[in-house]
Design a protein. Structure first.
Length: 853
């Protein structure tokens, strides 16, 4: 059976890649396995070129924008009408490594900066830049030179000289202001570069594919005109093609592609053979979303100039980007008729096959291209670069590995592999390639220096992450720094870590909002805490009353029992004394010695009984005193208990009218809140908010536990609330915020654990005083209602009467207990509902205010 050519080529590519990948851990060596002398890539130390999409962190947008006319085919674009929270600036941070110190010119490709002059036309935002920790400098339009337009909305701009030392650096491009034309934040950044100077002379460099053609050109270095000025100029000089094109460029800057097309078509009528105008028309059609019209215009241009390889590549890529894979493949086939064997066409054609899920055809074409170009390291680099940009880094890595085998003396394919591996987060593999390099090439100071510099360049973003983490360890509440770290992680592709940092940021913001709500609700919490103390008494009033009555009854019985024992001993003592008197008479009347001795013996025995009874009388007298005092103490404590019930009732009477006032205020606030919901057209999903907090807590964010505990406490789930924070609160040397300690106290109070709350206040009260002004009064109230004490009342010896009087008064007081308990619960219901609603109103505003983060 004959194997189809496409299948055989595809299998060849796969087998080649598999074989070479399997050899990846082996060090390719010379013919005899010896190390080889390295051939280093051409040095270009006078130029530091950085793509916009290689940002370390940015909030311009979530991802780079594809633009075929830009360097690297991608660009950063800031274009939005809304600002950031608290007026924070938009920024893009970049890292670079300078091999030598000196003066460099800073250039960038993008929209010209906005003007300082408030009367000048403002079609883009002004930007500022900061090198490392140096001064932030604003580069207004008046202070930069606009040198060349290389794509619609993109110009080469010379900013000025900067002093750069050898080593790692960070530069920030920052946008704080809107363009004045329509109030939009608008700044495009394709790339920037630093070119070294000696005096006023730029040192020679090897230019990348997209680069200024003439860095000395200042022919377009003039302010943009107002649209009305262009219209007047065109009215007066209708044949002025340059004015028509310039006006179209302004409209492109403003994203008004319809108007741009209008004036480009007028220019095309005047110069129908102008290919640049046709290309601009095609691009504006694409940006306007009219892809078919754009592709037709590209084709019209190519019919007239099929030698334009750049346009063939662009039309094929645009068709593929818009899902027209068959059209894209046909464009590339047509291109190969005019540019046979061109590696860029073929690799982009293979990428279209990949996007069309036809990996067999893609691998066949890549294998064919590889076979044709394997003698050219430059061609293989183009293949790998195109695959990386298209989103196939593994295929690019495989080509670099093949290049290492084909060009064993060249260091560059090894370095390109390590660079790409680190870029996609496979650092351990990159380290193994570093080891292979050192095992493969002859060691030298030059090689060591080269590898050291390359690794520093490749690990700049890791270096920045470590720097941010160190600073956060010292200042964990620095949310601005944490957001920078999140952006760095996001742009490194470490999305899980970035999301974790964003959760931390949002949780900190949420905590800040809840903290402020707590601070603004101290008056409400005072009422709630005091009502909870009173309610704890009323909720247990029946049990406490019954226990107190039983205690008094039992004590009275003990007192009576001792009195009865004392009365019995008194009777026995009287009888013994009478017997002693009888025996003494008998002894005195005895006529003989024997009778006298017998009487004395009996008398001694009876006197011993008297001594025992006397001792017993003394003991019982003391016992009567103790039992009487205990009974009196219980009765006086009982009257104190009645007084404490009165204190609790006073709390309710004081709180009740204030709760009514709060209810009225809350009604108004609820109405305003409902209006706010209607205006925003958005309502808070409470379950989503809670689930986000649970996720944050599972990621180890204690502040999320605090917020959850506050929510659960407002739902009267006090045990659950306490369990969320108790371990951290009660830990030795606890570092939890005072707000959390305050919340822990409240979970005890609201749960009726007044004794535990009192004990906690004994150790933490001083610190809590600074947060809640009423804490001393709360401690005093707990003592008044639950503290030990007696009521100084004169009591008669008629304890039957005293007890009956006390029980009657206690029963009278208790009769209102059920009503007081119900009243307390009603007040608590209102207060807890108020806290709960405040929490979620706060959460709603937190969501609105942090939507821009």
């Amino acid at each position: 059976m004959r194997i189809p050519r496409i299948l055989s080529l595809s299998l060849l590519f796969i087998l080649t890649v598999t074989t070479l990948s399997a050899q990846e851990s082996q060090a390719p060596a010379g013919a005899n396995g010896a190390r080889v002398e390295p051939v280093f890539p051409e040095a270009n130390t006078n130029l530091i070129f950085v793509e916009g999409e290689d940002t370390a962190a940015t909030n311009f947008s979530k991802e780079p924008i594809v633009n075929y006319g830009c360097s690297g085919k991608r660009t950063l674009q800031l274009s939005r009408t809304t600002g950031l929270q608290d007026g924070a600036p938009f920024y893009a941070d970049f890292l670079f490594y300078a091999e030598t110190s000196g003066t460099y010119e800073l250039w960038y490709g993008g929209t010209p900066s906005g003007p300082r002059d408030e009367l000048a036309e403002s079609y883009s935002s002004p930007f500022s830049y900061q090198l490392d920790e140096g001064r932030t400098r604003t580069a207004y339009r008046e202070e930069i030179a606009v040198v060349e337009n290389y794509a619609p909305s993109y110009y080469w701009n010379l900013v000025g000289d900067v002093a750069v030392s050898a080593g790692e650096h960070k530069i920030r491009f920052q946008v704080q202001d809107r363009r004045r034309y329509d109030g939009r934040y608008y700044f495009y950044l394709d790339c920037f570069f630093l070119i070294k100077k000696e005096g006023q002379r730029r040192l020679p460099v090897t230019a990348p594919p997209v680069f200024p053609r003439n860095m000395a050109d200042r022919s377009i270095n003039r302010p943009f005109k107002a649209i009305d000025d262009y219209l007047i100029l065109i009215r007066d000089r209708p044949q002025d093609v340059k004015a028509l094109v310039e006006l179209s460029m302004i409209y492109s800057l403003l994203s008004d592609y319809l108007s741009a097309l209008k004036y480009l078509k007028r220019a095309e009528i005047l110069q129908p053979d102008n290919l640049d105008i046709k290309l601009l028309i095609a691009k504006n059609y694409i940006w306007k979303g009219e892809v078919e019209n754009g592709l037709e215009k590209y084709q019209e241009l190519l019919d007239e100039a099929p030698e334009r390889l750049d346009v063939w590549l662009e039309i094929g890529k645009v068709a593929a980007w818009t899902g027209r894979y068959q059209d894209s493949l046909q464009y590339y086939r047509d291109a190969l008729r005019y540019h046979p064997g061109n590696i860029e066409i073929k690799v982009n054609m293979a990428i279209t096959h990949l996007w069309n899920s036809d990996e067999l055809a893609a691998n066949a074409l890549l294998a064919e291209s590889f076979e044709e170009e394997k003698g050219s390291l430059a061609a293989l680099k183009k293949m790998a670069d195109a695959l990386e940009v298209a989103g196939y880094p593994q295929k690019a890595i495989e080509i670099y590995r093949q290049a290492q085998a084909l060009f064993p003396t060249f260091v560059e394919p090894f370095i390109l592999e390590t660079e790409l591996l680190r870029k996609i987060g496979r650092n351990e593999e990159a380290d193994r390639v570093d080891e292979r390099i050192r095992a493969h090439f002859v060691e030298s100071a030059q090689l060591n220096r080269f590898l050291e510099i390359e690794k520093k360049k490749q690990t700049l973003k890791d270096w920045l992450v470590e720097e941010y983490r160190k600073r956060l360890a010292a200042s964990p509440d620095n949310l601005e720094l944490r957001e920078l770290l999140a952006q760095v992680l996001f742009w490194q592709g470490k999305r899980r870590q970035a999301i974790g940092e964003y959760l931390n940021i949002l949780t900190n913001h949420a905590y800040s909002y809840i903290k402020n709500m707590d601070a603004n609700s101290i008056g409400l919490y005072e009422l709630l805490d005091k009502t909870a103390v009173a309610a704890a008494l009323f909720d247990n009033l029946g049990r406490l009353t019954a226990e107190r009555k039983l205690s008094i009854r039992n004590q009275y019985q003990r007192y009576e029992n001792v009195r009865k024992d004392a009365a019995r001993v008194e009777t026995e003592t009287a009888a013994v004394n009478a017997r002693i008197a009888e025996l003494e008479k008998e002894a005195a009347a005895a006529t003989d010695e024997k009778t006298a001795q017998a009487a004395e013996k009996k008398l001694a025995e009876v006197r011993e009984n008297l001594a025992a009874l006397t001792k017993k009388r003394t003991e019982l007298a003391a016992a009567i005193k103790v039992e009487r005092e205990t009974l009196e103490k219980l009765l006086r404590e009982g009257y104190k208990f009645i007084e404490q019930i009165g204190e609790a009732q006073t709390v309710l009477e004081t709180v009740a009218p204030k709760v009514v006032q709060i209810g009225a205020t809350e009604t108004d606030e609820r109405a305003r809140f409902n209006e706010e919901i209607e205006q925003t057209g958005w309502a808070l999903d409470r379950n989503e908010f809670i689930n986000e907090l649970i996720a944050s807590r599972e990621n180890g964010l204690f502040l999320a536990s605090h917020i959850l505990a506050r929510i659960r406490a407002s739902e009267r789930k006090f045990g659950e609330a306490r369990s969320l924070i108790e371990e951290r609160v009660t830990a030795p040397d606890s570092d939890v915020p005072v707000e959390t300690r305050y919340l822990y106290l409240q979970t005890l109070l609201w749960d009726g654990k007044t004794a535990d709350a009192d004990a906690y206040l004994a150790t933490q009260g001083a610190g809590l005083n600074k947060f809640a002004f009423y804490i001393p009064a709360l401690k005093e109230l707990i003592q008044k209602i639950f503290g030990e004490g007696i009521f100084y009342k004169n009591l008669s010896d008629d304890f039957d009467k005293e007890i009956d009087l006390y029980f009657a008064e206690l029963d009278k007081t208790q009769a209102g207990g059920a009503a007081a308990s119900a009243r307390a619960q009603g007040l608590l219901d209102t207060l807890f509902d108020t806290v709960h609603e405040r929490i979620f109103r706060t959460a709603f505003r937190y969501y609105l205010d942090t939507a821009l983060i």
